[in-house]
Design a protein around this ligand. Sequence first.
Ligand SMILES: *Cc1c(COP(=O)(O)O)cnc(C)c1O
Length: 381
Amino acid sequence: MDKIPPVELTQQYRAIADELLPAVEAVISSGRYIGGQAVTTLESSLAQFLGCTEVVACNSGTDALYLAMRALDIGPGDEVLVPPFTFFASAESVSMTGARPVFADIEAETFNLDCDRLEAAITPRTKAIMPVHLFGQPANMTAVMEIAERYQLAVVEDCAQATGACWDGRQVGAIGHVGCFSFFPTKNLGGMGDGGAVSTSDPAIAAKVRVLKEHGSKERYYHEALGVNSRLDALQAAILNVKLPYLREWNWRRRSLAATYQALLADCPGIALPQGVKGGQSVWNQFTIRIQSDGSSGERRDRVKQALFDAGVISMIYYPVPIHLQEAYADLGHKPGDFPVSEQCAREVLSLPMFPELTYAQQKRVAEALYEALSPSAAVA
Ligand SMILES: *Cc1c(COP(=O)(O)O)cnc(C)c1O
């Protein structure tokens, strides 16, 4: 039987190839490959989609985070609160500015910041909070904004995995002071290469990001700041302009697939299913279950992953090592036990195949393989 991949991008391409190819051809034959109409169109349609006043496109989600923090004047001597259980770039972008990532643990049920623990991590050097809407699930933005207001902190939303997710009726990325998006191919709105964007309703932040992403210049060859080269290619923008109108439909499909997984796996022993949060609407970039660990290793989870693989189902571990224990951050001096919930999640998580074109038959095979792996006797009976 065919293997079921964790993500599959060519079906989506084939479904919209009739629109994509002419859009790509138009850019190629225009001779204008950096900036131009395709990029400005994407910026304004994404701003409209999100309900904020401005979007600035850039080269990646990582750059979006970096540029957003630079625009907020975050740098050496400052601290930014980040969850330790997320993709590495959330913390890395803080370090790129010269500031220090300070970790605050997550809740196992939502994989997002545990806002009850956030205040304890605030120091006089704290400048911002970076909630990450991990796996498409919005973080509790009501609590984050309340704490930020009380301590006068900026809020930089990491929306890389959550384009289209809502909290309390508002799009993520339009709630904090600034939102950061990634168009990496496997994200909910994915290009065919790298790309990213910063969203904000603060014109001063938007203006600063525009300058910083162009070598610190408003006018070419006149530089007012030390910036970077971080522009979105016209080709990527043209592709994203074709895809954006489909995003709601694709996200709706992901929600429906998540509901199907929830129903199929409701009786599966020894696992925790991802919980939808009250007040939030996830866009399910990942459907991530937890295989309860029996000790301090991820051995049980790894066995289940192997059993799924043997049954032709390819699952993924996002993420095997929490950021505070990554070698690159050895200088921060953290040790195992510092953020126990993040460490537990790193031992227990398993992301099942999830992409809008996944079929019911494939989901059934995933579920059967999981039941078989977790209660072999029941499956045989
Ligand atoms: C993908 C991702 C990023 C970085 O985006 P890139 O476009 O790959 O640079 C940042 N944070 C999270 C949570 C991500 O998933």
